[in-house]
Ligand binder design. Structure first.
Ligand SMILES: [Zn+2]
Length: 245
């Protein structure tokens, strides 16, 4: 019997009462568990295997499947369901994670997701901000860290005018800028500072910053473009989330 701690990213019904769940775990990335009898009304698995339940899952390997034996809920994030916008954002983040979360020696991706859901569920931060933090920080975690420290040409740290390239993952000051302007986004120092915070700060301080509405709008468009461009795909759940905003 194997025990893992993880959060449910997706449920798929199978047969009369069963379902498969994809869970994001700390060490093993995303794994699929078969939950027999999960949809029976008196199933002991009912709450701890629902979408966004964070639980300890104990399973056995059987016939090529991982079959759930028992589980213990830690946190359910149930109140995300009270807001269409929140649950849709959470579903988008879950779809991204199912696509790209690799097994990690540390558990930073799981931690990032749990923290983002916590701030989202409790209404502790603006949705746009949480989305931008999640998108940029996740990209850094899976190997797409942009270079936001200095102008790539001259090393300027705080230029007044800044151009950021999603494709190249770096920025350039106005003095050095001599590239195709279609491929670079003009941003200001507030946006760059927010990016630096999200990408470079210690995890414990990740969610502790404030910025203006305008900066947040630019940041959130940029982080979304960065993620979809690096992963080279769109997400149905993202389209839905944007359609209701
Ligand atoms: Zn420069």
């Amino acid at each position: 019997m194997i025990t893992v701690r993880g959060i449910v990213l997706k449920e798929r019904n199978v047969g009369e009462n069963g379902k498969f769940i994809d869970i994001l775990t700390a060490e093993n990335g995303v794994i699929e568990l078969s939950v027999r009898g999960a949809r029976k009304i008196n199933s002991s698995f009912l709450s701890s295997t629902q979408l966004f339940a964070y639980s300890d899952f104990c399973y056995r390997e059987s016939g090529g499947y991982r079959v759930l034996n028992s589980c213990e809920p830690i946190r359910i994030f149930y109140n995300l369901r009270n807001s269409l916008s929140k649950i849709s954002l959470a579903c988008y983040m879950a779809e991204v994670l199912r696509f790209c979360a690799e097994p990690q020696p540390d558990n930073d991706i799981l931690r990032l997701f749990l923290n983002t859901l916590h701030f989202l569920e409790k209404d502790l931060r603006d949705e746009k901000m949480l989305k931008a933090i999640f998108e940029f920080r996740l990209m850094a975690e899976i190997g797409f860290m942009p270079d936001v420290v200095m102008c790539r040409e001259c090393g300027a740290y705080e230029p007044a005018e800044i151009y950021f390239s999603i494709r190249e993952g770096c920025f350039c000051c106005a003095n050095c800028f001599k590239f195709n302007p279609d491929e670079w986004y003009r941003i200001n120092i507030s946006v760059l500072s927010a990016m630096r915070h999200i990408l470079l700060t210690d995890f414990d301080r990740l969610f502790n910053f404030r910025t203006s509405e305008n900066t947040m709008n630019i940041l959130s468009r940029l982080s979304e473009k960065y993620l979809t461009s690096k992963l080279e795909r769109s997400f149905r759940t993202l389209d839905f989330y944007k359609s209701i905003k």
